[in-house]
Structures are given as structure tokens and as C-alpha cells.
Design a protein around this ligand. Structure first.
Ligand code: ARG
Length: 460
């Protein structure tokens, strides 16, 4: 077939399998809007530079606008023989408007074209991701506000450590998402540099005006080195790294929710609409959404390693290897958006089982540190206090009795520094309220952090 745009130096048609093997139109067609937008800017610039006539420009712009419609409506005749989104659109343009279409590619290469398209695409994708991140953050902050006084055991090594405000726990998740958002925005800032005008690798001999295309396409500046900008895929690796970290966070949240919904914990209930049943066990209500979120992390981690491996050892400048960056990149965007959507909907709808959480926090000697701190306030050195409380806990484990349920004489058997007032520090509420400093779990501090978060979210 001679649909191809480079027939000149070839004496035979491309092998059928090679044509299919090298084609990318079936996945890079996703970039059609960005590709057309870039082509329109390029055509306007070429006309201003006197490379195209105004009628040629207008006919190109009109033709591209029609093609955009055609693609959006699903009427476009995609052809793998035309390899990729760029050549499919260019050939269609020429079919529609004639010779002017053949002039569009003047002073341009697919190498700067694809780099520009992908940057435009990712810039928009990051906007969409940021919007979902904000929605998720808002949901967590509202949940934290409602549950500031709810007590959950805090764990280290998955052993009961100290009681926490459940709101504090939700705000810990919020903090992770704030950093994810910052990483995304930072990545977006760095990728917003325009490769267009670099042509194949060395620039072009036409009097192009890169400042003009740059302004039209909303980039911060044109790139400073043509060779680097056609071969650079840092933005793809960086975005995927930020995505992998984000999904690491959602995976950790998923893990906690899966534990919490297990009858062994029984800390929270998830609304039925976010759960599924079993085909055999009638009693089951499974946290599949959280499990799938946890599983999605694996695929994005895979994409990150894939992209890093794709780029290592590539000599400058453009190599066709780079075509392999699209599918992992697109899948990363889709996966991140799906995960954020699922969790932004589900997590704030989680129903804490307050009594169960409270009972669990009471069970694990979670106020032992409070007792040690009490002894320190009575003049006992901390290391001695630690040993005294350790002995009291051992007694409690042996007798099956909590610290707060031991009578005063028993407690005084461990240290005569202990007085009546000890019971105030042994309560879960007392333990929380005592941690009343910036970043502490006291409900008053949680509310302060909620206010701070709301102010931030209103600004964004
Ligand atoms: N499909 C190619 C890619 O995804 C577009 C650039 C092709 N350039 C080339 N010289 N073959 O990277």
C-alpha cells in the first residue's frame, strides 16, 4: 500500500506484520485533541512567519477543526498503515483540503510533535487528578471533623500502642494526599516547557516564532535545547513516580480499611454500595473496592519501572523506543483517576463503629505511656517509670485486668508515687486530651488542623 508518507526512498512496501507491529494509532489516537491544537498553533505561526499564505492557513485551520469533529464523533477512518495519530490526521487533512495540507508539516517533525502532544495531555491529566485529590481531601477533612472525639487504638507493629482520635487518623491520610498533590503540581510545572520547534533534533531552518506557539499553547517557555527536548521523557517518569507514591498511599489506606472491616477488628462499616458478596458464602460482605485499589498499585509500580527501563541507555536524540511510553502513561492516568474517584466516594462514607474502637483501645494497655508520664511528673526518672509500668502491665496481662481497672492499693504496690489522681490519666479521653500541642491527637488540636485544612482547601 502506498498510503505511507515516506515512499520516496523505498523500493518496496512495508511488510504487513511490520506495519502492524510498528503502528501506534490504536493507542496514540487518544492524543488527537492535543495533536490538532499543536498543529493549529504551528499553522498560525507559519503564516505569521510568511511560510504559509493566509488562505493556506485558514484552510488548514478549518480542515483540522472538521477532523476534530470527525474523530470526536467516531467517524474518522483510522488507518494503521498511516502508523500514528500524527500521520493519520495529516493525511486526512490533505485528503480534505488538498495541497495546503501537505504544507502543515513544514519546519516540524513528529519528534517535537509527539513530545508536545504528550506534555499537553499530561498537563490536562494532572488538572483532572488534582481536582479528584482535592475532592478526596475535602471528604477526609469533613470526616475528621465529625470524628474528632472518636477514639481508635493507634498501632505500631500492628500492636495497640496509644489511643488516637479517629479524626487524627483521617487527617494523617489527608496529609499524604497533600504531598501527592504538591508532587503532581510540581511535576506539572516542570513539564510545562514547549518542545515544539525543535523539529527532528537540531531545530529548523525556517524563521519560526517559538514564543508565539508557546503563548498559544499555554506553555511557560520554549525549551532551550532542541536535542534534549525531543529525547526527554523525564516528565513521564516523574509523573509515574508521583502516581506510584500516590497509589502507595491509597494502598496503605486500603489495607487499613480492609483490616478495620474484618470482624476481627470490626472498627468500621462500609456502605453496601461499595462492597460485594460471595457467590458461595451467603454471609460475606467483602471490601473489594479497597482490595482493588490496593492491587492497582502493583500495575502503576510496574509502569514506573517500565518507563525507567525504557529510557535507560537510550542515546540522544529520539528513538522509536519512546513509542512504548504511551500505554503505561495512559494507563497510569486512568488508574489514578479511577482510584481517586473510588476512594473520594467511598472513604468519607465509611461508618466508624465507635464502641468497638473504644473497647479495642481500652484493651491493649494503651494508656501505659500515660502512667509512665504521670510517674515522671511525680518525680520518678522516666527509665524507672517505664520499668514500674512494665511490671504493672505484666500483672494486668496475667490477671486479665486493665490498668484503669486495678484498685489503688494494687497500683501503689508498683510505686508509692501513685495517688488517687492516677485514674484521670488512665482514661482514653485523658490520654488524648493530654497530647495538646501542634500535631498532637487531642481533639482540640484535631479541630485546629481541620480549620487549617479547610482554609487551605478554600484557597485551592
Ligand atoms: N509514534 C511516535 C512516538 O510515539 C511518534 C514519533 C515518531 N517519530 C519518528 N521519527 N518515527 O514516539
Amino acid at each position: 500500500t502506498s498510503q505511507q508518507l515516506w515512499t520516496g526512498r523505498f523500493t518496496e512496501a512495508t511488510d504487513q506484520f511490520v506495519e502492524a507491529f510498528t503502528a501506534s494509532e490504536h493507542f496514540d489516537r487518544r492524543l488527537y485533541r492535543q495533536d490538532i491544537r499543536g498543529s493549529m498553533a504551528h499553522a498560525r505561526m507559519l503564516a505569521d512567519a510568511g511560510v504559509l499564505t493566509e488562505p493556506e492557513r485558514d484552510s488548514i485551520l478549518a480542515g483540522l477543526a472538521e477532523i476534530e469533529q470527525e474523530i470526536a464523533q467516531g467517524d474518522f477512518p483510522w488507518s494503521p498503515a498511516l502508523e500514528d495519530v500524527h500521520m493519520n490526521i495529516e493525511q486526512r487533512l490533505t485528503d480534505r483540503i488538498g495541497d495546503a495540507g501537505k504544507k502543515l508539516h513544514t519546519g516540524r517533525s513528529r519528534n517535537d510533535q509527539i513530545a508536545t502532544d504528550v506534555r499537553l495531555y499530561l498537563r490536562e491529566a494532572i488538572d483532572a487528578i488534582t481536582a479528584e485529590l482535592l475532592r478526596f481531601q475535602r471528604g477526609l477533612v469533613e470526616l475528621a471533623d465529625r470524628e474528632a472525639d472518636t477514639i481508635i487504638p493507634g498501632f505500631t507493629h500492628l500492636q495497640v500502642a496509644q489511643p488516637l482520635s479517629f479524626g487524627h487518623h483521617m487527617l494523617a491520610w489527608y496529609e499524604m494526599l497533600v504531598r501527592d498533590q504538591e508532587r503532581m503540581e510540581d511535576c506539572q510545572r516542570r513539564l510545562n516547557v514547549m518542545p515544539l520547534g525543535s523539529a527532528a533534533l537540531a531545530g529548523t531552518s525556517y524563521p519560526i516564532d517559538r514564543a508565539m506557539t508557546c503563548a498559544e499553547l499555554g506553555f511557560d517557555r520554549p525549551s532551550d535545547n532542541s536535542l534534549d527536548s525531543v529525547s526527554d521523557r523525564d516528565f513521564a517518569m516523574e509523573f509515574t513516580a508521583a502516581a506510584a507514591i500516590l497509589l502507595t498511599h491509597t494502598s496503605r489506606m486500603a489495607e487499613e480499611m480492609i483490616l478495620w472491616t474484618s470482624p476481627m477488628f470490626d472498627f468500621v462499616d462500609l456502605p453496601d454500595r461499595f462492597c460485594t458478596g460471595s457467590s458461595i458464602m451467603p454471609q460475606k460482605k467483602n471490601p473489594d473496592v479497597a482490595e482493588i485499589v490496593r492491587g492497582k498499585t502493583a500495575r502503576v509500580n510496574g509502569h514506573l519501572v517500565g518507563l525507567l527501563t525504557l529510557m535507560k541507555s537510550q542515546p540522544l536524540a529520539y528513538n522509536r523506543d519512546n513509542q512504548e511510553d504511551k500505554e503505561p502513561l495512559f494507563d497510569t492516568v486512568d488508574t489514578v483517576l479511577d482510584v481517586l474517584r473510588a476512594f473520594a466516594d467511598m472513604v468519607p462514607a465509611m461508618e466508624p463503629k465507635r464502641d468497638n474502637m473504644f473497647a479495642a483501645a481500652k484493651k491493649g494497655f494503651s494508656t501505659a505511656t500515660d502512667l509512665a508520664d504521670y510517674l515522671v511528673r511525680k518525680g520518678v526518672p522516666f527509665r524507672d517509670a517505664h520499668a514500674i509500668v512494665g511490671a504493672a502491665v505484666r500483672h494486668g496481662v496475667e490477671q486479665g485486668v486493665d490498668l484503669a481497672d486495678m484498685d489503688l492499693a494494687t497500683l501503689q504496690g508498683f510505686s508509692d508515687a501513685i495517688g488517687e489522681d492516677v485514674y484521670e490519666v488512665l482514661t482514653l479521653e485523658g490520654s488524648l486530651a493530654a497530647r495538646d500541642h501542634i500535631g498532637g491527637t487531642a481533639p482540640a488540636q484535631v479541630r485546629t488542623q481541620v480549620r487549617k485544612a479547610r482554609e487551605r482547601l478554600e484557597r485551592d
